[in-house]
Design a protein around this ligand. Structure first.
Ligand SMILES: Nc1ncnc2c1ncn2[C@@H]1O[C@H](COP(=O)(O)OP(=O)(O)O)[C@@H](O)[C@H]1O
Ligand SMILES: [Mg+2]
Length: 396
């Protein structure tokens, strides 16, 4: 059928036509928003899960909803290069300036406190070289030390009273939060910790790999109680069916029952796979209205090929030969692998013989450690992909 009406969106961070199965998370954001409107503190949300389950689009939807409720929101992105902390600070600065500008346009909603807030944003952001159109000098000595762990609490202390009075808050959104440098992460966590104790509406929202709760607890032990942690995983069969059928209906098409259940099975409930199989089935379908089981079979075939040559291959090729051998050894396990087993499978002698490869693969975001002494793929179905490859061999 006509690709111009193809309603599926395979691709990292691409907003789906229907965001299926995320009501609990969106509800948590609504509760925080309502509590803030009632001058109460609440808890922000931390999303964790494998690649392709829909964390990025959900995090962005949360930001959009708070922004629509007039909150001051800033998105930051983890950086892997050196001076990562500096980069994140620049993002915070730019985001604050943009947010402050939006606030200025609705200044009548705020008290005089808004002026103090804007002046502090000016001093926090002197380096950006963007002048806020306020007839105020930056407040000297406030939030301008250059050390985020000192500046961020001051900034939050100065700007949140104005927001709080208006029943709104300040929220920072960090995607791929496991890649954030330790200092920035510590600054964000400790600022939120102080904020909650003081009753200031400042919240950090994040998304990252399944190891995120452990990573945060490692940086600041109290992080465990700071968030509502939501594990984002596979959609149920009914939700996956909705993720296929909903967008199709909006584009004027529907699935035969068998076609739908075949596609639900193919996706195993993973949103990325739903979008890929959906897009390919749509293209394969003769139409004009009904998508048949024949179309679904074709869509499964070409969707599967597209996943192999895109989603999976891109990750595989990010690894060196020896890293690939480690992943081949892991593919034998149906769940997480015990590093000890990998040592013997690869003919090594001790755990340390694998530690460089292991760390490199974790740094590349291909593996994570679900528990001490264990390793798992961050990409769903990576093991079966590896076994499908021509170069598959048990001993590497
Ligand atoms: N709730 C959902 N329902 C249907 N499709 C979704 C949903 N969430 C994400 N998707 C789709 O899944 C893919 C991966 O989403 P993304 O947010 O990039 O995942 P992650 O950040 O977890 O890797 C995208 O193609 C997106 O359109
Ligand atoms: Mg993502």
């Amino acid at each position: 059928m006509d690709d111009a009406r193809n309603p599926y969106t395979p691709g990292a961070g691409l907003k789906p036509v229907e965001l299926v199965g995320r009501d609990p998370q969106l509800r948590a954001v609504a509760v925080l928003r309502e509590r803030t409107a009632n001058q109460l503190v609440g808890r922000s949300v931390m999303l964790h899960g494998l690649r392709g389950v829909g964390k990025t689009v959900l995090l962005r939807e949360m930001q959009n909803r708070l922004e629509a409720a007039d909150w001051l929101t800033v998105a930051i992105e983890a950086q892997s290069e050196r001076r990562a902390g500096q980069q994140v600070r620049r993002q915070l600065e730019r985001g604050l300036v943009a947010g402050a500008r939006r606030m200025q346009t609705r200044a009548e909603r705020f008290s005089d406190k808004l002026h103090t807030a804007l002046a502090t944003i000016s001093s926090f952001t002197v380096d950006v070289g963007v002048k806020l159109k306020v007839d105020l000098e930056p407040t000297k000595g406030r939030a301008d030390s250059g050390d985020l762990e000192l500046d961020l609490p001051e900034l939050v202390a100065d700007i949140t009273p104005a927001l709080q009075a208006a029943g709104i808050g300040f929220a920072v959104f960090a995607d791929e939060i496991q890649d954030l440098d330790r200092e920035t992460l510590a600054a964000l966590l400790s600022t939120q910790h102080q904020a909650v104790q003081q009753g200031w509406p400042f919240y950090l929202f994040g998304a990252g790999l399944p190891s995120v709760p452990a990573t945060l607890a490692d940086v600041r032990p109290y992080a465990e109680r700071q968030f509502e942690y939501h594990s984002i995983g596979q959609l149920s069969k009914a939700e996956a069916a909705e993720a296929y059928a909903g967008p199709a209906a909006r584009s004027g098409a529907r699935f035969d029952t068998d076609a739908l259940s075949s596609l639900v099975d193919a996706s195993a409930g993973y949103p990325y796979f739903v979008q890929e199989f959906g897009a390919h089935t749509w293209r394969a379908a003769a139409g004009p209205e009904v998508i048949t089981v024949q179309d679904a079979i074709l869509g499964r075939l070409s969707g599967g090929e597209a996943l192999d040559s895109g989603f999976f291959l891109a990750r595989w090729e990010r690894a060196t030969k020896s890293e690939q051998r480690l992943m081949q050894a892991m593919a034998l396990d149906s769940g997480p692998s015990a590093v000890q087993d990998l040592v013997s499978r690869l003919g090594k002698r001790k755990l340390q013989d694998l530690s460089v490869t292991r760390s490199a693969l974790i740094a590349k975001g291909l593996l994570y450690a679900p528990a001490r002494g264990e390793l798992a793929f961050t990409v769903p179905h990576m093991a079966t992909y590896i076994m499908r490859r021509d170069d598959w061999s048990v001993h590497g």
